[in-house]
Design a protein around this ligand. Structure first.
Ligand code: NAI
Length: 263
């Protein structure tokens, strides 16, 4: 018996990194998983990310890949209607899609600020709002997991817009959790706060450094455990929050960061 047996999950930004790991783990634990991302179709290198699993499931009708831009409200309606039409229920939403951006407050333009906030905060707002409505319609309660960051808990001089977006996700999550609890919806809303995880997002940022190997070592050294995290480290936390094992957990923040914020 899987930990999320028979549940239907949507994972945004699931083409790679943390989203792909979460989707894989939810599927391995019995959920039907709908993966959404920007690309029209899963990229050819999905084999490498393990996403081939969903393609195989797609053939058997047990899972689906849908193109979705999380910043567009009409796409939320389209995706969640399709999920309920096809599977008849909707239990888990992982608002994972996000973008990184390294600039200090002085060096960030309004346009850059808005781009980061649109994906990282508007996207999670839209997902939470429409996710709650769809879960209410489906009628089985549910669990919404918002992927924030340690950068939503502490400041970094080079992450002005990213800090603001992830801090916003943290408190939006608590407000939504309280609303859902008060209205006795049976819907829980929690945030996850990863330290640095070796994903395409972090690999891109490291590759852009003058000395990538040194940059990677530096990032690792920021974590008291002495190394970066893996996508599965975060996926296990998401699985817990998605499952009924966490039925008394709402409005909480699950920090998975190798001790980064304990210092
Ligand atoms: P990633 O870049 O590997 O994956 C993010 C995915 O989101 C990509 O597949 C991308 O296509 C998708 N995406 C971007 N904009 C989108 C949009 N508008 N609509 C739909 N999909 C969109 O990144 P990673 O590292 O897997 O990050 C996942 C989440 O975890 C993000 O929210 C990120 O901010 C957060 N996070 C990552 C950390 C890390 O060290 N990798 C640390 C803390 C938080």
């Amino acid at each position: 018996m899987g930990r999320v047996e028979n549940k239907v999950a949507v994972v945004t930004g699931g083409a790679g990194g943390i989203g792909a790991a979460a989707a894989r783990l939810l599927a391995a634990n019995g959920a039907t998983v709908v993966v959404t991302d920007l690309a029209e179709a899963p990229a050819p290198d999905w084999e490498e990310t393990g996403a081939a699993l969903y393609l195989r499931q797609e053939e058997t009708g047990a899972a689906l890949y849908l193109r979705q831009d999380v910043t567009r409200e009409e796409e939320w309606t389209r995706v969640l209607d399709a999920v309920i039409d096809r599977f008849g229920r909707f239990d888990i939403l992982v608002n994972n899609a996000g973008v990184g951006f390294r600039r200090s407050v002085e060096d960030t333009t309004l346009e850059e600020w808005r781009r980061v906030m649109t994906v990282n905060l508007d996207g999670v707002f839209l997902g939470t709002r429409h996710g709650i409505a769809a879960m209410r319609r489906a009628g089985n309660g549910g669990s919404i997991v918002n992927v924030a960051s340690i950068e939503g808990l502490i400041g970094d001089p080079e992450l002005a817009a990213y800090n603001a977006s992830k801090g916003g996700v943290r408190l939006l999550t608590k407000s939504a959790a309280l609303h859902c609890a008060r209205a006795r919806t049976g819907i829980r809303v929690n945030s996850v706060h990863p330290g640095y995880i070796w994903t395409p997002m972090v690999a891109r940022s490291v590759a852009a450094a003058p000395d990538p190997e040194k940059a990677r070592r530096h990032l690792a050294s920021l974590h008291p455990v002495g190394h970066l995290g893996t996508p599965d480290d975060i996926a296990y936390g998401i699985l817990y929050l998605a499952s009924d094992e966490s039925r008394f957990v709402t409005g909480s923040e699950l920090v998975i960061d190798g001790g980064y914020t304990a210092q």
